[in-house]
Ligand binder design. Structure first.
Ligand code: NAD
Ligand code: ZN
Length: 359
């Protein structure tokens, strides 16, 4: 079958047609992909910012239909329409039992121990345990979450990463409450989803920051009160009566300077949430004094602190009720062969989400 593969960092992504899959294990399912988003984390894998074992079939934000199930699969059935979760809760580890399903590593590690793709004779991994830029993939049953047959694949795919992460960072990680003020640094697919999350949580003022002017109009469309360039954050906050900072600041870029910008734009006692995925070699500087005396809470929002078993259904409910705009998140739909062009446009900052479709 065909799949988009990164063989080494900084190498161009190649669409190969000699990719095969292992047979699903007893608790695994094989999924035929219908739609898959291009997330910045795919680009960060190619750039070596996010470490992934290679060669890797890219893509981790996908939806499709189950075409085969392993011998011990409990509930999933051939024909089910599913969203793939890149962190699938095992349900039994310490994190799962503590209500921290987003920190479960059981299935992630299994994907490293037993790569599910083959390039000829060479084993290949699936990005973040998924590998959704492929015609088909094999995942644990727990990673294939059923959605109703009324949910178009192009809508369902977005839940696999960006929307769940952005909305979840606001609702689950920060716990934004009605009337509170929010600062969002970075207005890509995840940041715009965080803006939608802030609107859903009933936030008062929502300030969006992005260097790309075209993102400002989009941010306002999704619910931002104001949008500005990085250099203008201080003045914009002040003009809205938030001179001491917003109640919650979100980094949705993942660079030291944007994490700092989220911290600096948050009031004493407020919450600072890191959503962006930065590299392991990048340090962010905080003084010992400010960490204590500013009394801010600094939180990581891996996968929007989501429990996919609960949150995919919640987000679909919001979409069905017309309260979460998923169609507007899609900049374009492209074929697998055009994935390089989608990556180039994401890098240039002009996209929200490009969706790879498989016909
Ligand atoms: P994206 O490339 O679509 O968006 C990033 C945005 O940041 C762009 O609009 C860009 O113009 C803007 N930006 C660049 N420099 C900036 C600056 N100095 N100040 C403000 N904005 C700036 O990316 P995305 O797909 O929305 O992902 C955003 C980040 O979230 C990435 O780091 C991605 O890897 C990460 N991510 C994390 C999780 C998680 O589990 N927490 C999940 C998905 C993605
Ligand atoms: Zn992602």
């Amino acid at each position: 079958m065909r799949a988009a593969v990164a063989e080494a960092i900084h190498e161009p992504v190649r669409v190969r047609d000699d990719v095969t899959l292992i047979e699903p294990g007893p608790h695994e399912v094989r999924v035929r992909l219908h739609a898959s988003g291009i997330c910045r984390s795919d680009l960060s894998t190619i750039d070596g910012v996010l470490a992934q074992p290679m060669p890797v079939v890219l893509g981790h934000e996908g939806a499709g239909e189950i075409v085969a199930v392993g011998s011990q699969v409990a509930a999933a059935q051939v024909g089910d329409r599913v969203v793939l979760a890149w962190i699938a809760p095992c349900g039994a580890c310490r994190h799962c039992l503590r209500g921290e399903a987003h920190l479960c590593t059981v299935h992630v590690k299994a994907g490293w121990a037993r790569p599910r793709f083959r390039l000829g004779d060479t084993p290949a991994f699936g990005m973040a345990g998924c590998g959704t830029w492929a015609q088909e993939t094999v995942v644990p049953e727990a990673a294939a979450i059923e959605v109703g047959a009324d949910v178009p694949y192009e809508i369902a795919a977005l839940l696999g990463c960006g929307v769940t992460t952005g909305v979840g960072a606001v609702v689950n990680t920060a716990g934004v409450r009605p009337g509170e003020s929010v600062l969002i640094v970075g207005c890509g697919g995840v940041g715009l989803s965080a803006i939608q999350g802030a609107r859903l949580a009933g936030a008062g003022l929502i300030v969006a920051v992005d260097p790309v002017p075209a993102k400002h109009g989009l941010a306002r469309n999704f619910g931002a009160t104001a949008a500005c360039a990085p250099a203008d954050v201080g003045a914009t906050l002040k003009s809205l009566g938030l001179g001491r900072g917003a109640d919650h600041g979100f980094d949705v870029v993942g660079r030291p300077e944007t994490i700092r910008a989220a911290w600096d734009g948050t009031r004493r006692g407020g919450t600072v949430v890191v959503v962006g995925a930065g590299g392991a070699a990048r340090d962010v500087c905080f003084s010992a004094s400010e960490l204590l005396f500013d009394g801010k809470r600094l939180l990581g929002a891996l996968y929007g602190s989501a429990d996919v078993r609960r949150d995919f259904a919640t987000l679909i409910g919001l979409w069905r009720a017309g309260r979460l705009d998923l169609a507007a998140m899609v900049s374009s739909t492209i074929a697998l062969d055009e994935v390089d062009e989608g990556l180039r446009r994401l890098r240039a900052g002009d996209a929200v989400r490009h969706l790879v479709t498989f016909g």
